[in-house]
Design a binder for this molecule. Sequence first.
Ligand code: BGC
Ligand code: CA
Length: 299
Amino acid sequence: MSSVKVECVVKANALIGEGPVWEELDQTLLFVDIGGQKIHRWNSLTNHVQSVDTGDMVGFAVPRRCGGYVAGVGRSVVAVDWLTGGMASLAQVDHDKSNNRLNDGKVDPTGRLLAGTMGREIRPAVVQEGQGSLFSVAPDLTVTRHLDQVSISNGMDWSSDQKTFFYIDSLSLTVDALDYDVTTGIMGNRRVVYRLEEGEGLPDGMTLDAGGGLWVACYNGGRVLQIDPNTGVRLRTVTLPVSKTTSCCFGGSDYSDLYVTSASLGLEQAERLEQPLAGNTFRVTGLGVKGRPSNSFAG
Ligand code: BGC
Ligand code: CA
């Protein structure tokens, strides 16, 4: 067994680093700083970071098939022109809930975007419960609400056979699975796959590896858990030198590196001194598993 190594690779000093996406073509890692209102793109070959200002909280950014990115800014799904930094609204959600904002989003295997919302945080991870929803945005920009009564809509990903959608509402403290019809986007039969234990923090972003294992970043847990979704058994815990680990994705030349984002917002002064790397992005090597390429929005 190779040894697991954790290194800080992007010193982004984010308030809430989130939503890492590996882009194979350029060997870059796209991620957002929600509170810092920025989309960052780190080039793993040159170690250079490019950034775009979003002017409001940005929950996620994902690649778009026709070029550029699609991001969740405030309650709007916007197209981002990476070269000019220009943004154009494609769709809006939660019209009637002005305190809400988009949080995590991800693209399904057919190119449909899934994105969730949450109410305003009084402080990190403390919100008025049940204000959020989970939406999809089809390539023709039709918006559909799939779940309501969500507190903090967070991690999502799909099984390789595309029949199961894994989903996290952080405040439920569970990782859930739903049956998923990839043709229609209809989901149902929600059940709990894993319930976080005391001390593991809140489940946040997640990704599936090519072998079907779930990797769940735990906010306030300083760790990423590997879970077998078929048995609900926690297989491994990867510990990071920061407590607010927020999300993860696989990347690198053969998808064998796990990239993990983190937040610094909400840390007390003493905690900041203990974890000077909070807000940065980490690379975990030697896990012995591989991830899968990300999907791009088809709209
Ligand atoms: C949200 C944060 C929240 C955290 C913990 C993140 O996805 O963007 O605002 O505090 O999850 O649930
Ligand atoms: Ca998140």
